[in-house]
Design a protein around this ligand. Sequence first.
Ligand SMILES: Cc1cc2nc3c(=O)[nH]c(=O)nc-3n(C[C@H](O)[C@H](O)[C@H](O)COP(=O)(O)OP(=O)(O)OC[C@H]3O[C@@H](n4cnc5c(N)ncnc54)[C@H](O)[C@@H]3O)c2cc1C
Length: 477
Amino acid sequence: MGARTGSEYLKGLQQSDAEIWLGDERIEDVTAHPALRGCAQSMAHLYDMQHDPALRDEMTYTSPTTGDPVGLSFITPRTHEDLLRRSAMMFHWSRFSGGMLGRSSDYINVEIMAVYHQNDPRFGENARNYYDYARENDLCMTHTLVNPQSNRALTASGHPSADVALRIVDENADGMVVRGARILATLGPLADEIMVFPSTVLKAASDTNSLAFAFTIPCATPGMKLICRESLAYGESRVDHPLSSRFEEMDTLVVFDDVLVPWDRVFLKSDPELCSRHFPETGCLTHMAQQVAIKNTCKTEFVLGIACSIAEALGSNEFQHVQEKIAECMINLEIMRACLRASEADAKIDKWGVMAPDRAPLDAARNIFPKMYPRMIEILQLLSASSLMLIPPDSALDSPVAEDIDSYLAAANCTARDRIKLFRLAWDVACSGFAGRQVLYERFFFGDPVRMMSVLYRTYDKQPLMDRVDRFLNRDY
Ligand SMILES: Cc1cc2nc3c(=O)[nH]c(=O)nc-3n(C[C@H](O)[C@H](O)[C@H](O)COP(=O)(O)OP(=O)(O)OC[C@H]3O[C@@H](n4cnc5c(N)ncnc54)[C@H](O)[C@@H]3O)c2cc1C
């Protein structure tokens, strides 16, 4: 099949009988449901970009098996040029949503590309075959890595809460049977398949064997349920809800009621030690972190653009404190760009023969952004004040009070109508339910920031720096 079009992607979702629940309703067709169809359309647009004559060459590469064009985010980069091509492709997708669609499928495609290198030898070429399958069918995937935890103290000891964690309960000639749940699968209702991989470190012990595995599975598998949170797409007007009407990517709890995972979809099993090493060993985090740094860059560009437009519209752009706050966003942008560029410039061939971005600058980018992003949202609020409230819905502009709105809501440098449009966007970035979820996403989607920082502390090469201090202390000149 190769690179899909948007309509092929939507058709796949329409034909799926995945069990998706929103409140008391089972959603039959996610492409038609008001909670999800806006984002489904946006995802379809990303797939269509692969066929846009002006972009096609930047969005696809030649399949190593069929010779057909396939999505560039699936490429196994072997050279710097490959890495930069992949980067350019990711920028095209991310700029489309101003970085708000964090889970465009490139995020998982690079993970699939990297993880096939470490396959439990008992499962032969399963992971490699799956990578080929995903690429050739241009699958849209999500992943779910974390067990729900009824007792956080247990995780710290390397033992998930066994009563709720996803675990192997049986196996037969066809596959292994799993029961339990996983959090969260962002984009779950709009994905074709889910990667169910290990992320938290498991203690190697007899009671963790049944919790240690990696597999992929279609969302439409008997026994699987995706339970949605409340939808944040409150309306379909592009003016009133400019972001949530387009990019509500949804987060789900995934429940597995004795789900049969066919053996050819199993990559790792009953080896806690191998599972715990999986992410660092395969290097997949650096490839994913490149996508994240690109998303962070695009998101910062978008927020900065909005901040500058707000200051100009309100005529506050000459106040020094306004300039100081906007300059803070500019610095954030340059830091993200610098980290991304350094990681690409210092990329090296890893032990799997893959051109991997340098990890250190990407670690810096992904650890600092959860602090930068909430601060930039605060800055939008501080620059806007009541302008974030003076945003009557679009329908008011066609009502008997339209004249009042035109008279009283004009700003220094824009009409009332343009002001409302701009501040509805600022609202969806800084105040709405969609905005709040974006902040939470940036804080947690890559993992708990406290434990991520702790990993950075433990793995950072500190000794040369301490040695230098020691030499200085012992110097008498
Ligand atoms: C919007 C959103 C989207 C997400 N999408 C996905 C997705 O698509 N796929 C996926 O797999 N995951 C996803 N996640 C989940 C994400 O991986 C987790 O939120 C993250 O790993 C933290 O786990 P938790 O939510 O269970 O937090 P908890 O573990 O409940 O942490 C809560 C608090 O307790 C503290 N804490 C808990 N345990 C420890 C400990 N051992 N040591 C120190 N402090 C501790 C934490 O620091 C934190 O302050 C998403 C999360 C969000 C918010």
